[in-house]
Design a protein around this ligand. Structure first.
Ligand code: AMP
Length: 572
Protein backbone atom coordinates (compact mmCIF):
# COMPACT_ATOMS: atom_id res chain seq x y z
CA UNK A 1 0.00 0.00 0.00
CA UNK A 2 1.26 3.44 -0.84
CA UNK A 3 0.82 5.54 2.27
CA UNK A 4 1.64 8.72 0.39
CA UNK A 5 -1.92 8.61 -0.91
CA UNK A 6 -3.13 9.94 2.42
CA UNK A 7 -1.02 13.03 2.01
CA UNK A 8 -3.31 14.77 -0.52
CA UNK A 9 -0.55 15.11 -3.07
CA UNK A 10 -1.67 15.26 -6.70
CA UNK A 11 -1.91 12.02 -8.70
CA UNK A 12 0.93 13.14 -11.01
CA UNK A 13 3.31 13.43 -8.07
CA UNK A 14 2.08 10.20 -6.51
CA UNK A 15 2.64 8.37 -9.76
CA UNK A 16 6.20 9.69 -10.05
CA UNK A 17 7.21 8.83 -6.49
CA UNK A 18 5.49 5.47 -6.81
CA UNK A 19 7.75 4.72 -9.75
CA UNK A 20 10.74 5.73 -7.63
CA UNK A 21 9.70 3.06 -5.15
CA UNK A 22 8.72 5.41 -2.34
CA UNK A 23 6.04 3.56 -0.44
CA UNK A 24 5.88 5.32 2.87
CA UNK A 25 6.77 8.87 3.80
CA UNK A 26 9.87 9.13 5.94
CA UNK A 27 9.65 10.73 9.36
CA UNK A 28 10.53 14.21 8.12
CA UNK A 29 8.10 13.86 5.20
CA UNK A 30 5.29 12.88 7.54
CA UNK A 31 5.81 16.12 9.40
CA UNK A 32 6.65 18.62 6.68
CA UNK A 33 4.32 17.63 3.85
CA UNK A 34 1.05 18.38 5.70
CA UNK A 35 2.59 21.46 7.31
CA UNK A 36 3.78 23.06 4.08
CA UNK A 37 0.54 22.17 2.31
CA UNK A 38 -1.57 23.86 4.93
CA UNK A 39 0.47 26.54 6.69
CA UNK A 40 2.20 29.66 5.46
CA UNK A 41 4.48 30.09 8.45
CA UNK A 42 8.23 29.74 8.07
CA UNK A 43 9.79 26.44 9.03
CA UNK A 44 12.95 25.26 10.72
CA UNK A 45 13.52 21.56 10.18
CA UNK A 46 16.39 19.76 11.79
CA UNK A 47 17.24 16.99 9.35
CA UNK A 48 20.31 15.76 7.58
CA UNK A 49 20.95 14.23 4.18
CA UNK A 50 19.62 10.72 4.03
CA UNK A 51 16.36 11.45 5.86
CA UNK A 52 14.38 12.13 2.70
CA UNK A 53 14.38 15.89 3.25
CA UNK A 54 14.54 16.79 -0.44
CA UNK A 55 11.18 15.15 -1.02
CA UNK A 56 9.98 16.56 2.30
CA UNK A 57 10.19 20.14 1.08
CA UNK A 58 9.80 19.70 -2.65
CA UNK A 59 6.72 17.46 -2.88
CA UNK A 60 4.29 19.86 -1.15
CA UNK A 61 5.73 22.85 -3.00
CA UNK A 62 5.54 21.06 -6.35
CA UNK A 63 1.95 20.31 -5.52
CA UNK A 64 1.14 23.99 -5.10
CA UNK A 65 3.40 25.64 -7.65
CA UNK A 66 1.67 27.32 -10.61
CA UNK A 67 2.94 25.64 -13.76
CA UNK A 68 1.03 28.07 -15.99
CA UNK A 69 3.20 30.92 -14.76
CA UNK A 70 6.72 31.34 -16.13
CA UNK A 71 8.00 33.18 -13.06
CA UNK A 72 10.52 31.76 -10.64
CA UNK A 73 8.47 30.61 -7.65
CA UNK A 74 10.85 28.36 -5.74
CA UNK A 75 14.50 29.00 -4.92
CA UNK A 76 16.49 26.28 -3.22
CA UNK A 77 19.92 27.32 -1.91
CA UNK A 78 22.41 24.64 -0.94
CA UNK A 79 26.14 24.57 -0.11
CA UNK A 80 27.72 22.40 -2.79
CA UNK A 81 27.48 21.67 -6.45
CA UNK A 82 26.97 17.97 -5.73
CA UNK A 83 24.00 18.61 -3.51
CA UNK A 84 22.67 21.10 -6.04
CA UNK A 85 22.77 18.48 -8.78
CA UNK A 86 21.26 15.86 -6.49
CA UNK A 87 18.33 18.05 -5.50
CA UNK A 88 17.75 19.05 -9.13
CA UNK A 89 17.75 15.43 -10.19
CA UNK A 90 15.29 14.51 -7.44
CA UNK A 91 12.94 17.37 -8.34
CA UNK A 92 13.11 16.44 -12.02
CA UNK A 93 12.16 12.89 -11.07
CA UNK A 94 9.23 14.08 -8.98
CA UNK A 95 7.97 16.33 -11.80
CA UNK A 96 8.17 13.64 -14.46
CA UNK A 97 4.41 13.89 -15.06
CA UNK A 98 4.28 17.68 -14.71
CA UNK A 99 5.86 18.59 -18.05
CA UNK A 100 5.27 22.32 -17.69
CA UNK A 101 7.40 22.56 -14.58
CA UNK A 102 11.02 23.38 -15.31
CA UNK A 103 13.95 23.24 -12.92
CA UNK A 104 17.40 24.70 -13.48
CA UNK A 105 20.54 24.11 -11.45
CA UNK A 106 23.04 26.95 -11.12
CA UNK A 107 26.35 26.31 -9.43
CA UNK A 108 29.98 27.37 -9.55
CA UNK A 109 32.75 25.58 -11.40
CA UNK A 110 30.69 25.26 -14.56
CA UNK A 111 30.06 27.57 -17.54
CA UNK A 112 27.95 30.55 -16.49
CA UNK A 113 26.93 31.27 -20.10
CA UNK A 114 25.48 27.78 -20.47
CA UNK A 115 23.52 28.34 -17.29
CA UNK A 116 22.27 31.72 -18.52
CA UNK A 117 21.14 29.99 -21.70
CA UNK A 118 19.18 27.37 -19.79
CA UNK A 119 17.50 30.11 -17.74
CA UNK A 120 15.90 31.31 -20.99
CA UNK A 121 13.61 28.29 -20.70
CA UNK A 122 11.93 30.20 -17.90
CA UNK A 123 12.13 27.66 -15.11
CA UNK A 124 9.81 28.04 -12.14
CA UNK A 125 12.36 26.37 -9.90
CA UNK A 126 15.99 27.32 -9.31
CA UNK A 127 18.37 25.19 -7.31
CA UNK A 128 21.65 26.96 -6.72
CA UNK A 129 24.79 27.50 -4.71
CA UNK A 130 25.00 31.00 -3.16
CA UNK A 131 28.08 32.29 -5.03
CA UNK A 132 26.75 31.48 -8.48
CA UNK A 133 23.27 32.73 -7.65
CA UNK A 134 24.77 36.10 -6.72
CA UNK A 135 26.78 36.22 -9.96
CA UNK A 136 23.61 35.57 -11.92
CA UNK A 137 21.66 38.20 -10.01
CA UNK A 138 24.51 40.60 -10.80
CA UNK A 139 24.14 39.78 -14.51
CA UNK A 140 20.40 40.28 -14.28
CA UNK A 141 19.86 36.71 -15.34
CA UNK A 142 17.91 35.84 -12.21
CA UNK A 143 15.05 37.64 -10.60
CA UNK A 144 13.64 36.43 -7.31
CA UNK A 145 11.24 39.29 -6.67
CA UNK A 146 8.20 37.04 -6.99
CA UNK A 147 9.21 33.79 -5.36
CA UNK A 148 6.76 32.10 -2.98
CA UNK A 149 9.13 29.69 -1.35
CA UNK A 150 12.75 29.91 -0.32
CA UNK A 151 14.47 26.77 0.88
CA UNK A 152 17.78 27.02 2.70
CA UNK A 153 19.13 23.51 2.56
CA UNK A 154 21.99 22.42 4.81
CA UNK A 155 21.98 25.89 6.28
CA UNK A 156 24.66 25.00 8.82
CA UNK A 157 27.00 23.96 6.04
CA UNK A 158 26.36 27.06 3.98
CA UNK A 159 27.21 29.19 6.99
CA UNK A 160 30.28 27.24 7.98
CA UNK A 161 31.50 27.50 4.40
CA UNK A 162 31.42 31.27 4.72
CA UNK A 163 28.30 31.98 2.67
CA UNK A 164 26.74 34.19 5.35
CA UNK A 165 27.12 37.47 3.46
CA UNK A 166 26.05 35.85 0.20
CA UNK A 167 22.94 34.44 1.87
CA UNK A 168 22.02 37.82 3.26
CA UNK A 169 22.50 39.44 -0.14
CA UNK A 170 20.23 36.87 -1.76
CA UNK A 171 17.62 37.04 1.00
CA UNK A 172 17.43 40.77 0.46
CA UNK A 173 16.52 40.12 -3.19
CA UNK A 174 13.44 38.12 -2.21
CA UNK A 175 9.99 39.43 -1.31
CA UNK A 176 9.00 39.61 2.34
CA UNK A 177 5.79 37.64 1.95
CA UNK A 178 7.38 34.35 0.96
CA UNK A 179 7.59 31.17 3.03
CA UNK A 180 11.13 30.36 4.15
CA UNK A 181 11.99 26.76 4.93
CA UNK A 182 15.31 26.18 6.61
CA UNK A 183 16.83 22.70 6.78
CA UNK A 184 19.89 22.02 8.84
CA UNK A 185 21.57 18.98 10.33
CA UNK A 186 22.74 20.96 13.33
CA UNK A 187 21.51 24.07 15.09
CA UNK A 188 24.68 26.10 15.39
CA UNK A 189 24.84 29.63 16.75
CA UNK A 190 25.13 30.99 13.22
CA UNK A 191 22.02 29.11 12.14
CA UNK A 192 20.13 30.51 15.14
CA UNK A 193 21.26 33.99 14.19
CA UNK A 194 20.07 33.63 10.58
CA UNK A 195 16.73 32.25 11.71
CA UNK A 196 16.26 35.17 14.10
CA UNK A 197 17.02 37.72 11.42
CA UNK A 198 15.30 36.18 8.43
CA UNK A 199 12.52 33.87 9.58
CA UNK A 200 9.30 35.06 11.18
CA UNK A 201 7.66 33.06 13.91
CA UNK A 202 8.95 29.79 12.50
CA UNK A 203 7.41 26.43 13.20
CA UNK A 204 10.03 23.92 14.32
CA UNK A 205 10.33 20.32 13.32
CA UNK A 206 13.04 17.99 14.48
CA UNK A 207 13.41 14.52 13.19
CA UNK A 208 14.84 12.13 15.67
CA UNK A 209 16.44 10.12 12.98
CA UNK A 210 18.92 12.73 11.80
CA UNK A 211 20.94 12.75 14.88
CA UNK A 212 19.39 9.69 16.23
CA UNK A 213 22.22 7.47 17.21
CA UNK A 214 22.21 4.45 15.00
CA UNK A 215 22.27 1.23 16.94
CA UNK A 216 24.14 -0.71 14.29
CA UNK A 217 27.32 1.34 14.61
CA UNK A 218 30.03 0.27 17.03
CA UNK A 219 32.02 3.17 18.43
CA UNK A 220 35.63 2.75 19.47
CA UNK A 221 38.30 5.19 20.55
CA UNK A 222 42.06 4.92 20.77
CA UNK A 223 44.29 7.17 22.83
CA UNK A 224 47.47 8.14 21.01
CA UNK A 225 50.03 10.90 21.29
CA UNK A 226 50.18 13.49 18.55
CA UNK A 227 53.38 12.03 17.13
CA UNK A 228 51.93 8.56 16.97
CA UNK A 229 48.73 9.47 15.20
CA UNK A 230 49.74 8.55 11.68
CA UNK A 231 51.27 5.25 12.71
CA UNK A 232 48.22 4.51 14.81
CA UNK A 233 46.05 5.21 11.78
CA UNK A 234 48.14 2.88 9.66
CA UNK A 235 47.73 0.15 12.24
CA UNK A 236 43.98 0.63 12.39
CA UNK A 237 43.77 0.39 8.61
CA UNK A 238 45.99 -2.69 8.56
CA UNK A 239 44.00 -4.35 11.31
CA UNK A 240 40.78 -3.84 9.34
CA UNK A 241 41.43 -5.28 5.90
CA UNK A 242 38.85 -5.05 3.09
CA UNK A 243 37.53 -1.78 4.38
CA UNK A 244 35.81 1.04 2.52
CA UNK A 245 36.04 4.09 4.68
CA UNK A 246 36.15 7.82 5.15
CA UNK A 247 38.76 9.37 7.43
CA UNK A 248 37.59 12.72 8.75
CA UNK A 249 40.11 15.49 9.44
CA UNK A 250 39.59 18.99 10.73
CA UNK A 251 41.53 21.09 8.27
CA UNK A 252 42.39 20.99 4.61
CA UNK A 253 46.06 20.82 5.47
CA UNK A 254 45.62 17.91 7.82
CA UNK A 255 43.47 16.14 5.24
CA UNK A 256 46.15 16.46 2.58
CA UNK A 257 48.89 15.45 4.97
CA UNK A 258 47.12 12.28 6.06
CA UNK A 259 46.20 11.38 2.49
CA UNK A 260 49.80 11.91 1.35
CA UNK A 261 51.06 9.73 4.17
CA UNK A 262 48.67 6.94 3.18
CA UNK A 263 49.48 7.18 -0.51
CA UNK A 264 53.19 7.08 0.23
CA UNK A 265 52.52 3.91 2.19
CA UNK A 266 50.78 2.35 -0.80
CA UNK A 267 47.17 2.58 0.36
CA UNK A 268 44.49 3.19 -2.25
CA UNK A 269 43.60 6.53 -0.69
CA UNK A 270 43.04 10.13 -1.74
CA UNK A 271 42.14 13.51 -0.29
CA UNK A 272 38.93 15.50 -0.62
CA UNK A 273 38.93 19.10 0.59
CA UNK A 274 38.20 22.64 -0.42
CA UNK A 275 41.66 23.47 -1.74
CA UNK A 276 41.11 21.16 -4.68
CA UNK A 277 39.52 22.42 -7.87
CA UNK A 278 36.01 21.26 -8.67
CA UNK A 279 37.38 18.96 -11.37
CA UNK A 280 39.83 17.40 -8.92
CA UNK A 281 37.10 16.88 -6.36
CA UNK A 282 34.89 15.26 -8.97
CA UNK A 283 37.67 12.88 -9.93
CA UNK A 284 38.35 11.87 -6.35
CA UNK A 285 34.67 11.28 -5.62
CA UNK A 286 34.29 9.25 -8.76
CA UNK A 287 37.30 7.11 -7.88
CA UNK A 288 35.86 6.52 -4.44
CA UNK A 289 32.39 5.66 -5.72
CA UNK A 290 33.87 3.21 -8.21
CA UNK A 291 36.06 1.83 -5.42
CA UNK A 292 39.24 2.54 -7.34
CA UNK A 293 40.28 3.93 -3.99
CA UNK A 294 38.85 2.52 -0.80
CA UNK A 295 39.98 5.16 1.66
CA UNK A 296 38.87 8.75 1.41
CA UNK A 297 40.45 11.38 3.63
CA UNK A 298 38.09 14.33 3.84
CA UNK A 299 37.03 17.46 5.64
CA UNK A 300 33.47 17.53 6.95
CA UNK A 301 32.40 20.08 4.40
CA UNK A 302 33.91 18.40 1.35
CA UNK A 303 32.45 15.01 2.26
CA UNK A 304 28.95 16.46 2.28
CA UNK A 305 28.35 16.04 -1.40
CA UNK A 306 29.25 12.39 -1.32
CA UNK A 307 26.50 9.87 -0.99
CA UNK A 308 27.78 6.32 -0.56
CA UNK A 309 25.95 3.63 1.28
CA UNK A 310 28.41 0.84 1.83
CA UNK A 311 31.06 2.37 4.09
CA UNK A 312 32.45 -0.15 6.53
CA UNK A 313 34.27 2.36 8.75
CA UNK A 314 34.31 6.01 9.63
CA UNK A 315 37.55 7.14 11.21
CA UNK A 316 37.66 10.37 13.20
CA UNK A 317 41.33 11.23 12.74
CA UNK A 318 40.54 14.40 14.64
CA UNK A 319 37.50 14.87 16.82
CA UNK A 320 35.02 17.55 15.78
CA UNK A 321 34.10 20.26 18.29
CA UNK A 322 30.40 19.75 17.81
CA UNK A 323 28.99 16.46 19.14
CA UNK A 324 26.31 16.54 16.45
CA UNK A 325 28.99 16.55 13.80
CA UNK A 326 30.40 13.43 15.43
CA UNK A 327 27.03 11.69 15.10
CA UNK A 328 26.60 12.94 11.56
CA UNK A 329 30.04 11.73 10.50
CA UNK A 330 29.56 8.36 12.14
CA UNK A 331 26.14 7.98 10.53
CA UNK A 332 27.84 7.73 7.15
CA UNK A 333 28.55 4.12 7.93
CA UNK A 334 25.97 1.56 9.03
CA UNK A 335 23.66 2.42 6.16
CA UNK A 336 21.42 0.26 4.03
CA UNK A 337 21.02 -2.40 6.69
CA UNK A 338 24.73 -2.97 7.17
CA UNK A 339 26.73 -2.67 10.36
CA UNK A 340 29.34 0.01 10.73
CA UNK A 341 32.30 0.90 12.89
CA UNK A 342 33.34 4.35 13.96
CA UNK A 343 36.87 4.73 15.30
CA UNK A 344 38.23 7.87 16.93
CA UNK A 345 41.84 8.78 17.52
CA UNK A 346 42.05 10.78 20.72
CA UNK A 347 45.02 12.71 21.99
CA UNK A 348 45.45 12.35 25.77
CA UNK A 349 44.45 15.96 26.30
CA UNK A 350 41.22 15.46 24.38
CA UNK A 351 39.60 13.20 26.94
CA UNK A 352 37.32 16.02 28.13
CA UNK A 353 36.10 16.65 24.63
CA UNK A 354 35.39 12.96 24.23
CA UNK A 355 33.52 12.92 27.51
CA UNK A 356 31.40 15.80 26.32
CA UNK A 357 30.59 13.96 23.09
CA UNK A 358 29.66 10.85 25.05
CA UNK A 359 27.47 12.85 27.42
CA UNK A 360 25.58 14.84 24.86
CA UNK A 361 25.09 12.08 22.30
CA UNK A 362 24.65 9.27 24.82
CA UNK A 363 26.74 7.08 22.56
CA UNK A 364 28.72 4.35 24.17
CA UNK A 365 32.27 4.77 22.91
CA UNK A 366 34.58 1.99 24.00
CA UNK A 367 38.29 2.40 24.56
CA UNK A 368 40.46 0.01 22.58
CA UNK A 369 44.19 -0.47 22.27
CA UNK A 370 45.99 0.18 19.02
CA UNK A 371 46.51 -3.29 17.51
CA UNK A 372 49.87 -4.98 17.90
CA UNK A 373 51.81 -6.32 14.94
CA UNK A 374 50.67 -9.81 15.83
CA UNK A 375 47.01 -8.82 15.95
CA UNK A 376 47.38 -7.08 12.62
CA UNK A 377 48.80 -10.15 10.90
CA UNK A 378 46.00 -12.23 12.39
CA UNK A 379 43.37 -9.81 11.10
CA UNK A 380 45.03 -9.77 7.68
CA UNK A 381 44.97 -13.54 7.47
CA UNK A 382 41.27 -13.50 8.30
CA UNK A 383 40.85 -10.77 5.71
CA UNK A 384 42.44 -12.95 3.03
CA UNK A 385 39.99 -15.77 3.72
CA UNK A 386 37.05 -13.38 3.87
CA UNK A 387 38.01 -12.09 0.45
CA UNK A 388 38.80 -15.52 -0.88
CA UNK A 389 35.27 -16.70 -0.34
CA UNK A 390 33.32 -13.53 -1.10
CA UNK A 391 35.02 -12.04 -4.13
CA UNK A 392 35.25 -15.10 -6.22
CA UNK A 393 34.87 -14.22 -9.84
CA UNK A 394 36.60 -16.28 -12.50
CA UNK A 395 38.32 -13.74 -14.68
CA UNK A 396 40.63 -16.07 -16.54
CA UNK A 397 40.82 -19.71 -17.31
CA UNK A 398 43.64 -21.49 -15.62
CA UNK A 399 45.43 -24.50 -16.95
CA UNK A 400 45.97 -26.97 -14.09
CA UNK A 401 49.07 -28.33 -15.77
CA UNK A 402 50.74 -25.03 -14.82
CA UNK A 403 50.58 -26.12 -11.18
CA UNK A 404 53.83 -27.85 -10.30
CA UNK A 405 53.93 -31.08 -8.31
CA UNK A 406 52.94 -30.02 -4.82
CA UNK A 407 52.55 -33.46 -3.33
CA UNK A 408 55.41 -32.86 -0.91
CA UNK A 409 53.32 -30.17 0.81
CA UNK A 410 50.36 -30.56 3.05
CA UNK A 411 47.33 -28.34 2.47
CA UNK A 412 48.28 -26.24 5.50
CA UNK A 413 51.85 -25.82 4.30
CA UNK A 414 50.61 -24.53 0.97
CA UNK A 415 48.26 -22.06 2.62
CA UNK A 416 51.08 -20.90 4.91
CA UNK A 417 53.32 -20.44 1.93
CA UNK A 418 50.74 -18.39 0.01
CA UNK A 419 49.93 -16.24 3.03
CA UNK A 420 53.62 -15.61 3.65
CA UNK A 421 53.87 -14.39 0.10
CA UNK A 422 50.72 -12.29 0.25
CA UNK A 423 51.46 -10.65 3.60
CA UNK A 424 55.21 -10.43 3.22
CA UNK A 425 55.55 -6.63 3.07
CA UNK A 426 53.21 -6.10 5.96
CA UNK A 427 54.92 -8.71 8.08
CA UNK A 428 58.32 -7.21 7.32
CA UNK A 429 57.04 -3.80 8.34
CA UNK A 430 55.79 -4.99 11.72
CA UNK A 431 58.53 -7.53 12.35
CA UNK A 432 60.74 -5.54 14.70
CA UNK A 433 58.35 -2.69 15.40
CA UNK A 434 57.62 -1.79 18.95
CA UNK A 435 53.91 -1.83 19.62
CA UNK A 436 52.33 1.55 20.13
CA UNK A 437 50.79 0.52 23.42
CA UNK A 438 54.31 0.08 24.82
CA UNK A 439 55.37 3.54 23.76
CA UNK A 440 55.01 6.46 26.08
CA UNK A 441 52.16 8.80 25.15
CA UNK A 442 53.59 12.24 24.86
CA UNK A 443 53.47 15.34 22.76
CA UNK A 444 56.38 16.76 24.61
CA UNK A 445 59.35 17.75 22.52
CA UNK A 446 61.85 16.44 25.09
CA UNK A 447 60.40 13.07 24.41
CA UNK A 448 62.21 12.99 21.10
CA UNK A 449 65.63 12.60 22.67
CA UNK A 450 64.58 9.89 25.03
CA UNK A 451 62.79 8.01 22.29
CA UNK A 452 65.91 8.07 20.19
CA UNK A 453 67.86 6.63 23.11
CA UNK A 454 65.28 3.96 23.53
CA UNK A 455 65.45 3.11 19.84
CA UNK A 456 69.19 2.81 20.11
CA UNK A 457 68.84 0.53 23.13
CA UNK A 458 66.29 -1.51 21.31
CA UNK A 459 68.67 -1.84 18.38
CA UNK A 460 71.38 -3.12 20.69
CA UNK A 461 68.96 -5.52 22.27
CA UNK A 462 68.13 -6.90 18.88
CA UNK A 463 71.76 -7.43 18.10
CA UNK A 464 72.18 -9.29 21.34
CA UNK A 465 69.19 -11.43 20.45
CA UNK A 466 70.65 -12.15 17.09
CA UNK A 467 73.92 -13.39 18.67
CA UNK A 468 71.94 -15.58 20.96
CA UNK A 469 69.97 -16.94 18.00
CA UNK A 470 73.20 -17.73 16.15
CA UNK A 471 74.51 -19.73 18.98
CA UNK A 472 71.39 -21.78 19.47
CA UNK A 473 71.11 -22.46 15.77
CA UNK A 474 74.67 -23.66 15.62
CA UNK A 475 73.93 -25.95 18.50
CA UNK A 476 71.00 -27.45 16.68
CA UNK A 477 73.25 -27.80 13.65
CA UNK A 478 75.45 -30.16 15.58
CA UNK A 479 72.40 -32.09 16.68
CA UNK A 480 71.72 -32.80 13.07
CA UNK A 481 68.38 -31.01 13.06
CA UNK A 482 66.24 -31.14 16.07
CA UNK A 483 62.91 -29.44 15.98
CA UNK A 484 63.11 -25.96 17.39
CA UNK A 485 61.21 -27.13 20.43
CA UNK A 486 64.14 -29.44 21.16
CA UNK A 487 62.26 -32.69 20.66
CA UNK A 488 64.21 -35.16 18.50
CA UNK A 489 62.54 -35.88 15.19
CA UNK A 490 61.47 -39.38 14.37
CA UNK A 491 63.53 -40.38 11.38
CA UNK A 492 62.34 -42.18 8.31
CA UNK A 493 64.62 -45.20 7.85
CA UNK A 494 64.52 -44.97 4.06
CA UNK A 495 65.59 -41.37 3.95
CA UNK A 496 68.91 -39.62 4.29
CA UNK A 497 68.81 -36.34 6.15
CA UNK A 498 70.97 -33.56 4.70
CA UNK A 499 72.26 -30.35 6.13
CA UNK A 500 72.11 -27.53 3.56
CA UNK A 501 74.16 -24.33 3.85
CA UNK A 502 71.45 -21.80 2.86
CA UNK A 503 68.39 -20.70 4.79
CA UNK A 504 65.65 -18.09 5.18
CA UNK A 505 68.04 -15.19 5.23
CA UNK A 506 69.20 -16.23 1.75
CA UNK A 507 65.55 -16.07 0.75
CA UNK A 508 65.38 -19.80 0.39
CA UNK A 509 61.84 -21.18 0.31
CA UNK A 510 60.56 -24.71 0.47
CA UNK A 511 59.66 -24.50 -3.20
CA UNK A 512 63.25 -23.54 -4.04
CA UNK A 513 64.59 -26.45 -2.04
CA UNK A 514 62.34 -28.84 -3.92
CA UNK A 515 63.50 -27.47 -7.21
CA UNK A 516 67.15 -27.75 -6.18
CA UNK A 517 66.72 -31.40 -5.18
CA UNK A 518 64.79 -32.19 -8.35
CA UNK A 519 67.52 -30.64 -10.45
CA UNK A 520 70.26 -32.47 -8.59
CA UNK A 521 68.56 -35.78 -9.21
CA UNK A 522 67.23 -35.00 -12.67
CA UNK A 523 69.60 -37.35 -14.49
CA UNK A 524 68.18 -40.39 -12.78
CA UNK A 525 65.32 -42.18 -14.53
CA UNK A 526 63.47 -42.71 -11.32
CA UNK A 527 62.14 -39.75 -9.39
CA UNK A 528 63.64 -39.30 -5.94
CA UNK A 529 61.28 -39.37 -2.99
CA UNK A 530 61.63 -36.20 -1.00
CA UNK A 531 60.77 -36.17 2.70
CA UNK A 532 60.78 -33.47 5.31
CA UNK A 533 62.17 -30.05 4.38
CA UNK A 534 63.01 -27.63 7.15
CA UNK A 535 64.17 -24.14 6.30
CA UNK A 536 65.87 -22.41 9.23
CA UNK A 537 67.25 -18.91 9.44
CA UNK A 538 70.79 -19.59 8.19
CA UNK A 539 70.64 -23.13 6.92
CA UNK A 540 68.23 -25.93 6.24
CA UNK A 541 67.63 -29.66 6.41
CA UNK A 542 66.00 -31.94 3.94
CA UNK A 543 65.41 -35.63 3.48
CA UNK A 544 65.82 -37.57 0.24
CA UNK A 545 65.44 -41.27 -0.47
CA UNK A 546 68.61 -43.09 0.68
CA UNK A 547 69.65 -44.41 -2.73
CA UNK A 548 69.97 -40.83 -4.04
CA UNK A 549 72.52 -39.78 -1.43
CA UNK A 550 75.55 -39.42 -3.71
CA UNK A 551 73.58 -37.96 -6.53
CA UNK A 552 72.26 -35.22 -4.25
CA UNK A 553 75.70 -34.41 -2.84
CA UNK A 554 77.21 -34.18 -6.31
CA UNK A 555 74.28 -32.59 -8.08
CA UNK A 556 74.20 -29.73 -5.65
CA UNK A 557 77.82 -28.74 -6.17
CA UNK A 558 77.16 -27.62 -9.72
CA UNK A 559 74.23 -25.37 -8.84
CA UNK A 560 74.01 -21.85 -7.48
CA UNK A 561 71.10 -20.26 -5.64
CA UNK A 562 70.68 -16.52 -6.22
CA UNK A 563 74.38 -16.36 -6.99
CA UNK A 564 75.37 -18.25 -3.87
CA UNK A 565 77.31 -21.52 -3.75
CA UNK A 566 75.48 -24.37 -2.20
CA UNK A 567 76.70 -27.24 -0.15
CA UNK A 568 75.00 -30.23 1.40
CA UNK A 569 76.30 -32.67 4.01
CA UNK A 570 74.76 -35.72 5.48
CA UNK A 571 73.47 -34.65 8.86
CA UNK A 572 74.63 -36.82 11.72
P1 AMP B 1 17.63 12.97 0.97
O1 AMP B 1 17.61 12.99 2.48
O2 AMP B 1 16.68 13.93 0.39
O3 AMP B 1 19.03 13.13 0.46
O4 AMP B 1 17.11 11.52 0.52
C1 AMP B 1 17.82 10.35 0.75
C2 AMP B 1 17.40 9.22 -0.19
O5 AMP B 1 16.15 8.67 0.20
C3 AMP B 1 17.25 9.64 -1.63
O6 AMP B 1 17.90 8.68 -2.43
C4 AMP B 1 15.75 9.63 -1.88
O7 AMP B 1 15.46 9.28 -3.22
C5 AMP B 1 15.28 8.55 -0.92
N1 AMP B 1 13.91 8.79 -0.40
C6 AMP B 1 13.35 9.95 -0.04
N2 AMP B 1 12.11 9.75 0.42
C7 AMP B 1 11.86 8.43 0.35
C8 AMP B 1 10.74 7.61 0.70
N3 AMP B 1 9.64 8.09 1.20
N4 AMP B 1 10.85 6.29 0.48
C9 AMP B 1 11.97 5.77 -0.02
N5 AMP B 1 13.06 6.49 -0.35
C10 AMP B 1 13.01 7.81 -0.17
Amino acid sequence: MNLFTESNLSPDLLKAIGELGYEQPTEIQKQTIPFILSDTRDLIALAATGTGKTAAFSLPILDMIDDASRKIQLLVLCPTRELCLQITKDIKNYTKYLPNLKTTAVYGGSSITDQIRSLREKPQIIVGTPGRVIDLIGRKALDFSEIHWLVLDEADEMLSMGFKDDLETILNETPSEKQTLLFSATMSKEVERITKNYLTNPHRISVGSINEVKKNIKHEYYVVGYRQKKEALKRLLDANPNQYSIIFCRTRMETQEVADFLMQNAYAADALHGDLSQAQRDTVMKKFRLKNIDILVATDVAARGLDVNSLTHVIHYSLPDDPEVFVHRSGRTGRAGKDGISMSLIKPEESRKLKQIKLSTKIEIVEKKIPTGEEIIKAQVEGVFEKLFTEHEELFTFDDSLIPDLSAFSKEELVHQLLQLQLRDLALFYKDKQDLADQKLSNDRDDRGSRRDRDRDRGRGRERDRDRGDRSERRSDRDGGRERGGKPKRRNENMTRFFFNLGKRDNLKKMDMLEIINKATAKSKKRADIGDIEILEKFSFFEVEKSFKDEVLKGLQTQKFKGKDMRAEVAN
